[in-house]
Design a protein around this ligand. Structure first.
Ligand SMILES: Cc1cc2nc3c(=O)[nH]c(=O)nc-3n(C[C@H](O)[C@H](O)[C@H](O)COP(=O)(O)OP(=O)(O)OC[C@H]3O[C@@H](n4cnc5c(N)ncnc54)[C@H](O)[C@@H]3O)c2cc1C
Length: 302
């Protein structure tokens, strides 16, 4: 039997599966031996009142084993012999376009002006250490795109542009923690994001796709009304349909498009401001307690 419950718990009751199980056994009158698995479906912290609660939606498997996976994996088949599409840019847009093409039986050829996500880190260190910016490898350019060295918050305002659950599952399939499936504010983490990006690249290559670093698109090849491919700074020409996933920082690309009479449409942009506070202070304010987050709560969000 499968039962789902909405629970409101104290932080110490959620600290591990054992304490959660004890609570469920006591409150729901279920024998501990009959519970084979507890799956957390959603988890959020409610710190609006003086007493902080954890809201959880859980699924119990009673006297049966779960047959479903925690998330639905995507099967990526070999596309080596399939028609190719060129993707310019290995940011989130380009990488997910590549995965989707593989799903659809098309071979992606990703062309990225920056370096791979690990090499790129050295150039970021040079920015802090020597104030020297490599114009092709920096916080905006390189594998993983503009947010690759952010804290990896998975944030979208869009509710209507597709299946965000699938995106989160694809991240898990590539090494992100499965906690992002349930957290109200899913967060991959700066330390894990580069590995996840690298794993996505491995999927692309192992399926027969290509990823070319330090290769900048310089021009589209256009015949009549049709895009035929791209020219790059290495002299290499790639022929085929093109997906431009160059992000908002590639001004040279947009200048080229404008100069070549390609219709461009302005889009509203969100401008963010980053404020940093000591986490101990935020914990104290958000959890209404001098001791801050204590032993059982995560770092508070604000
Ligand atoms: C500092 C920072 C922190 C952020 N933190 C977060 C966060 O925590 N959570 C979140 O959801 N969003 C975050 N964002 C926003 C997020 O990074 C962007 O929304 C996202 O990266 C856009 O993806 P994209 O693939 O469209 O473009 P981009 O990420 O900009 O990727 C474009 C890629 O194209 C490449 N490229 C450009 N021109 C060429 C060319 N001519 N030839 C070849 N390659 C080219 C670039 O090198 C780049 O890798 C952050 C952004 C920044 C700048």
């Amino acid at each position: 039997m499968i039962q789902e419950y909405q629970l409101r718990l104290l932080p110490e009751q959620t600290v591990n599966e054992q304490s959660l199980k004890q609570y469920i056994v006591r409150e729901k009158g279920i024998t501990p031996e009959s519970i084979t698995t507890i799956r957390i479906l959603k988890r959020s912290v409610d710190a609006r009142q003086r007493t902080v609660f954890i809201n959880m939606q859980v699924r119990l498997y009673i006297n049966e084993m779960p047959v479903d996976d925690q998330y639905q994996s995507v099967t990526y088949y070999n596309v080596e012999a399939k028609p190719s599409v060129i993707i310019v840019g290995a940011g989130p847009g380009g990488l997910f376009a590549a995965l989707r093409l593989i799903e659809l039986g098309v071979r992606p050829i990703v062309v990225e002006r920056g370096k791979d996500v690990h090499e790129r880190k050295k150039d970021l260190a040079r920015i802090s250490r020597e104030q020297a910016v490599n114009p092709e490898s920096n916080y905006c350019f390189g594998e993983g795109g503009a947010g690759a060295y952010s804290d990896g918050k998975l944030y979208t305002r869009s509710k209507k542009r597709g299946n965000t659950e699938k995106i989160v599952a694809v991240f898990c399939q590539h090494g992100a923690s499965t906690s992002i499936l349930t957290d109200a504010h899913p967060h991959i983490g700066t330390d894990k994001l580069p590995r996840v990006i690298e794993n996505i690249r491995r999927t692309i290559i192992s399926c027969g796709g290509e990823v070319h670093f330090e290769t900048r698109m310089e021009a589209l090849i256009i015949t009549g009304e049709e895009v035929k491919g791209i020219e790059t700074n290495t002299g290499k020409v790639f022929l085929g349909p093109v997906i431009l996933a160059t992000g908002h920082s590639a001004r040279d690309v947009y200048r080229w498009l404008f100069a070549n009479n390609i219709t461009l449409e302005a889009k509203g942009i969100a401008v963010g401001v980053r404020l940093e506070h000591p986490s101990a202070l935020i914990d104290k304010i958000q959890y209404h307690h001098e001791a801050g987050r204590g032993n059982y709560l995560p770092a508070a969000e604000y």
